[in-house]
Design a protein around this ligand. Structure first.
Ligand SMILES: O=C(O)CCC(=O)C(=O)O
Ligand SMILES: [Fe+2]
Length: 281
């Protein structure tokens, strides 16, 4: 049985960011929020994450293009599966959590928050550099959206720490606009750092967004971030929940998998069944 909190669509207002937290997010481009899910709930999420990897799709629908597949030559690479909420109801409830939506609304000062897509993430131990996520800005992949008004929530399914390769963000980097040198898939973090520093003229300094199991962090879609190797004996588990803050419109010049789901003209809004509402004021 899913636990009560996962079934609840009610906003837990006591957990929302304070005005000071909102100022922090707007200034630094990230915010580490509270624990939202208890031990039983994260244990259930971990179990359902493993089911997705085993190809068990309780709704009968696969994640995007089937999701992560094992590769002989990269057995411990980071696993990335898009739209696991299509396949699994427990993951779907967590991804569409109203409190998470209300938090994003408050951080961005908007009254509606819709799902852009989710990403189920798993960094195995022993992966070395193949576990890395290159320094990047999410909006670099989301130019199909006219407005850079999106945020990414990281929901930690177990503890995410510097030792197991937690996401690190560069404070204030969301204010500098989009960089060319931004690449999720480039696992040479030192090489990427040199490129970003050359382009931005600033030193790349990052802070770890350390999380307990069940805790959430937020990073703005223009914040530079990435993650290092998992040096521990256990996998690092998380779900990235990518959210549109306010109504976001199609930029016909940008490419993204989501544009295959809807037939939009330039300037049309990303709304409707493929982009469920988490929160509306
Ligand atoms: O999980 C990671 O290490 C990186 C994920 C990421 O880039 C994101 O959630 O935006
Ligand atoms: Fe990212």
């Amino acid at each position: 049985m899913p636990s009560a909190a996962l079934l609840s669509a009610k906003v837990r207002t006591e957990l929302l960011p304070t005005d000071e937290d909102v100022r922090f997010y707007q200034e630094h481009g990230y915010w580490v929020g509270p624990v939202l899910f208890g031990a039983d709930e994260v244990a259930e999420l971990a179990e359902h994450q493993d089911r997705v990897y085993q190809g068990i799709h309780e709704t009968g629908r696969e994640p995007w293009r089937g999701g992560w597949k094992f590769k002989e030559n990269r057995p411990n690479e980071i696993r990335k599966t898009d739209n696991s909420h299509w396949s699994d109801r427990t993951i779907r409830k967590a991804v569409l959590d109203a409190t998470i939506g209300a938090m994003a609304a408050k951080l961005h000062g908007v009254d509606v928050v819709r799902l852009w897509h989710d990403q189920l993430l798993y960094k195995p131990s022993g992966g070395g550099q193949t576990g890395n996520v290159g320094w990047h800005q999410d909006y670099g992949y989301w130019r199909a959206c006219k407005e850079p008004n999106l945020t990414t929530v990281t929901l930690a399914v177990n503890a995410n720490t510097p030792e197991n390769g937690v996401i690190e963000s560069m404070p204030g980097s969301h204010k500098r606009g989009l960089l060319h040198a931004s690449d999720f898939f480039n696992q040479d973090l030192d090489g990427m750092q040199k490129k970003i520093e050359a382009e931005s003229g600033q030193e790349l300094r990052t802070v770890p967004m350390t999380l307990q199991a069940g805790q959430v962090s937020f990073h703005h879609c223009l914040t530079i971030h990435g993650s290092r190797a998992n040096m521990t004996e256990t996998p690092r588990r998380s779900i990235a929940i990518h959210l549109m803050c306010g109504t976001v419109h199609r930029n016909i010049n940008g490419k993204h998998m989501n544009t295959e789901l809807v037939d939009l003209k330039d300037g049309d809004p990303f709304v409707g069944e493929h982009f469920p509402v988490l929160y509306e004021a």
